[in-house]
Design a protein around this ligand. Structure first.
Ligand SMILES: [Zn+2]
Length: 90
């Protein structure tokens, strides 16, 4: 009855995570690149200004929002330090 399906790399991040359901839902959307970031909303015709409202420097997409925005980079650093997590670049 059950088919063999390809396992996604992020499955352990979802299934061994004890975060709040709302956080897990947002994580799921982000991992599947379904977050309503400005680049996606522009494609839907909802908005026309793609500028990141946090830094006002670049267009907002998921890569910018989570990895290159100067504003969110500061937040990530504080969160990771609080959780004593050392981030390695790979
Ligand atoms: Zn930004």
């Amino acid at each position: 009855m059950r088919r063999d399906r390809e396992k996604v790399e992020w499955r352990k991040l979802m299934w061994s995570n004890y975060g709040a359901p709302k956080w897990l839902f947002i994580l799921y959307l982000a991992l599947n690149r379904k977050l309503p970031t400005k680049d996606r909303m522009e494609k839907w015709g909802v908005i026309s200004n793609l500028t990141c409202p946090l830094c006002q420097l670049e267009d907002e997409d998921i890569e910018h929002l989570f990895f290159s925005c100067k504003f969110t980079t500061g937040i990530w650093k504080k969160l990771l330090a609080w959780q004593e997590i050392q981030r390695t670049r790979g």
